[in-house]
Design a protein around this ligand. Structure first.
Ligand code: SF4
Ligand code: SF4
Length: 149
C-alpha cells in the first residue's frame, strides 16, 4: 500500500470515487486514450489545425496556465532561419512554408529555448513577464549590439 501515490485532494482517488487506498496489484487496469478520433495516415503532412485530434489530446486544450514568462516575437528582426521551430520542445512555434508566424501561447511553456537559439542581433524572440503586453514589449525592443573592437 502506498500513500504517496495520488495522495492530493485535487486529483486521483477522490475524483475516482475510490476512497480506500489499494495496493499496486489491485489497481483497476487503465484504458487507452487515442490521440485522434479516426485513423490518420501521414500525420506529418497534415496541418495541426486540420488533424482530427481527440478530446484527450493536449492539442485541444491550453496547457500553459502555469507559464510565468513568455517569448515575444519581433517580425522586423526575424530572418526565418527556423531555429526556434526546430528547437522548441513543445511544438509551439507556428511556422508555415518556412516562414515564422508566431507563438502558440496555448501550448508554450515559457522555457526560453527559442529565445536562446535565435541568432539575430538583436534577438527576434525575447522572454518577457507573462503579464507584458506585446505592443509594450515591441516598443522597448533592444537595439542592435555593436561588436567590440
Ligand atoms: S518558450 Fe519554450 S515552449 Fe515556448 S515557444 Fe519558446 S521554446 Fe517553445
Ligand atoms: S530563431 Fe529567431 S530569426 Fe530564426 S525563425 Fe526563429 S525568431 Fe526568426
Amino acid at each position: 500500500m502506498s500513500k504517496g501515490v495520488l495522495a492530493t485532494e485535487k486529483r486521483g482517488i477522490r475524483e475516482l470515487g475510490a476512497e480506500e487506498f489499494v495496493g499496486w496489484d489491485e489497481v483497476t487496469q487503465g484504458t487507452v486514450l487515442y490521440s485522434f478520433e479516426t485513423e490518420v495516415k501521414d500525420v506529418a503532412h497534415i496541418r495541426p489545425e486540420e488533424r482530427p485530434y481527440s478530446d484527450f489530446n493536449s492539442y485541444t486544450a491550453t496547457v500553459a496556465s502555469w507559464r510565468v514568462i513568455k517569448p515575444i516575437y519581433n517580425r522586423d528582426v526575424c530572418i526565418d532561419c527556423q531555429h526556434c521551430w526546430v528547437w522548441c520542445p513543445d511544438t509551439s512555434i507556428i511556422s508555415r512554408d518556412k516562414q515564422m508566424l508566431g507563438i502558440d501561447y496555448d501550448h508554450c511553456k515559457g522555457c526560453g529555448v527559442c529565445a536562446e537559439v535565435c541568432p539575430t542581433n538583436p534577438k527576434s524572440l525575447i522572454m518577457f513577464a507573462e503579464s507584458e503586453e506585446i505592443e509594450d514589449a515591441l516598443a522597448k525592443w533592444p537595439e542592435k549590439k555593436k561588436k567590440a573592437k
